[in-house]
Design a protein around this ligand. Structure first.
Ligand code: APR
Length: 275
């Protein structure tokens, strides 16, 4: 790990407040899950090609629930077949070192942080989790997708009667929906920890951003708060992004170009040593 990262993390350790790690699809790329805006982020329905940003919407789900569910069930299978990688494991190690000062805010719906061993209490899944569904009730209960639906869902495979019955379990036979934040929806506290994330960022001693392109609003707020509060901001990414630019502008910012699997393990051993 370079001297600047050590200096920034060292100063965060001697301050108070949470040390927040914000992750995106880049952290799971090394587990073989395609990133959202990479080459595989499209899906064909009939003769139309949709981009993820068009299909992961409440508008698309209301118009063609079966097709959107088939896409989610396929992606859920891809996530389930993937294994946590060195970056996920490093974050588990970091939580062990930082204990109550650790907070993980993830945009990933693949559940790999939890499967690696990050604790549910300190992991905010701000875009949901693809293994779960919920009804559109006033007080929605989040529950696992029923076991009758197989994990190895083939690409472009249509729903059958078993799946239809399992997924139409809401009041008056209404469809349950994937427990994710669609592109045309807003964050909230009850389901996605919106206020808790902002509160943590207002108190944070440092923010470490890993593998995200900076295209969604809550992460953008978090990075903006880090810059305005001049707290240490370390951005790990394979490519340039609005977040690497923000770190370049911030007096306490630093960019580590490269992969999550390359940069997180040395940070984990530094923090273990500092305990
Ligand atoms: N290590 C570090 N960074 C990586 C790696 C890697 N191994 N592989 C890819 N990256 C970087 C890419 O360069 C890109 O900047 O990770 C970023 C992934 O960006 P996106 O695919 O846009 O994913 P993300 O930022 O998580 O998307 C945010 O938008 O699509 C919605 O809700 C969805 O949670 C998602 C959100």
């Amino acid at each position: 790990m370079d001297a600047r990262t050590a200096e920034l993390l060292g100063s965060a350790l001697s301050a108070s407040g949470p040390i927040v790690f914000l992750t995106g699809a880049g952290v799971s790329a090394e587990s073989g899950i395609p990133t959202f805006r990479g080459a595989e982020g499209y899906w064909r329905v009939g003769s139309t090609n949709y981009r993820a940003e068009e299909l992961a919407t409440y508008e698309a789900f209301s118009r063609m629930p079966e097709e959107v569910w088939a896409w989610y069930l396929y992606r859920r299978g891809v996530c389930r077949a993937a294994r946590p990688n060195a970056a996920h494991l490093a974050l588990v190690d970091i939580e062990r070192s930082l204990e109550a000062r650790f907070l993980l805010v993830t945009q990933n719906v693949d559940g790999l942080h939890l499967r690696a061993g990050s604790s549910p209490e300190r992991t905010y899944q701000i875009h949901g989790n693809i293994d779960f569904m919920r009804c559109e009730d006033e007080h929605p209960r989040v529950r696992p997708i029923p076991e009758s639906i197989p994990f190895d869902w083939p690409k472009a495979h249509a729903l059958g009667d078993v799946e239809r019955a399992a997924l139409r379990g809401c009041a008056r036979g209404a469809w349950a929906r994937p427990h994710v934040l669609f592109f045309d929806e807003s964050y909230d506290e009850a389901l996605f920890r919106f206020e808790s994330t902002l509160r943590a960022m207002k108190e944070a001693a440092a923010l470490v951003v890993v593998g995200t392109s900076g295209a969604t609003t809550l992460p953008a707020h978090a990075v903006d708060l880090a810059v305005r509060r001049r707290i240490p901001l370390v951005v790990i990414n394979q490519d340039q992004s609005p977040f690497t630019e923000a770190a370049g502008r911030s007096p306490a910012g630093h960019v580590l170009l490269g992969t999550a699997g390359q940069h997180l393990p040395p940070i984990a051993s530094f923090l273990r040593g500092a305990r």
